[in-house]
Design a protein around this ligand. Structure first.
Ligand SMILES: O=C(O)CCC(=O)C(=O)O
Ligand SMILES: [Fe+2]
Length: 211
């Protein structure tokens, strides 16, 4: 596998300074290829409507998000390669930023034309579950006119925001509690992976994250 030390350094520095990192061409090209090839052979039935909320509050709410997802378990070669890469990043960020990231969960997402995910936060303040969000994009030749950007709100008043195009190889990483964001509707199919690093908040009889 190629050496991603410099990329991980850049990500760590951006997280330290701003709380987010946007990196075009960040995924190793052979990993991007493998994930795209895997998406092509995946059947539509492997995807199911995405929900919102955690555990017993989880529910499909198509007025909030209309994409379909498939959790990545590592059973496929491409899925395993992705999890391996996310693990290298986890270890490096823990070493550099002392974040204590403990586990990682991620899913493929498919937004059909017109699909969206309204403004949301990936974690709830004070509930130290999802600490860091990692999104990787898998779409070739994305054009401005295709829409489908990730809109990341940068300040409390949500006046300032960034638009990120879901171009293959681009990776967006941000502190889950700090940056509300939304997925704008696209004019073409939009494929991505969304993932979250969590800290271990297990205590007493409650195991969290759930096994
Ligand atoms: O696909 C994206 O750009 C972000 C998706 C997202 O925000 C999520 O799944 O929580
Ligand atoms: Fe999100």
């Amino acid at each position: 596998m190629r050496d991603d030390t410099r990329l991980f350094d850049t990500i760590a520095q951006a997280l330290r300074e701003r709380g987010y990192a946007l990196c075009p061409n960040a995924l190793p090209p052979e990993l991007t290829q493998a994930l795209k090839a895997h998406l092509k052979v995946m059947q539509d039935e492997q995807f199911s409507p995405a929900g919102v909320g955690r555990e017993n509050k989880y529910a499909v709410r198509q007025s909030i998000r209309s994409d379909e997802i498939c959790w990545i378990t590592g059973e496929s070669t491409a899925g395993k390669a992705w999890l391996d890469w996310a693990e290298l990043l986890r270890r490096d960020l823990n070493r550099q930023l002392l974040l204590g990231l403990f586990s990682f969960e991620s899913h493929f997402s498919h937004y059909r034309p017109g699909d969206f995910y309204r403004k949301h936060s990936d974690a709830f303040r004070g509930e130290a579950n999802r600490v860091l969000s990692l999104v990787a994009y898998l779409n070739d030749n994305w054009q401005d006119s295709d829409g489908g950007e990730l809109k990341l709100y940068l300040d409390e008043a949500e006046q300032e925001s960034l638009l990120i195009q879901p171009e293959a190889g681009t990776v967006a990483i941000f502190l889950s509690e700090e940056f509300p964001h939304e997925v704008l509707p696209a004019k073409r199919d939009r494929y991505a992976i969304a993932g979250w690093y969590r800290v271990n908040t297990s205590r007493g009889d409650r195991v969290d994250p759930p096994q």
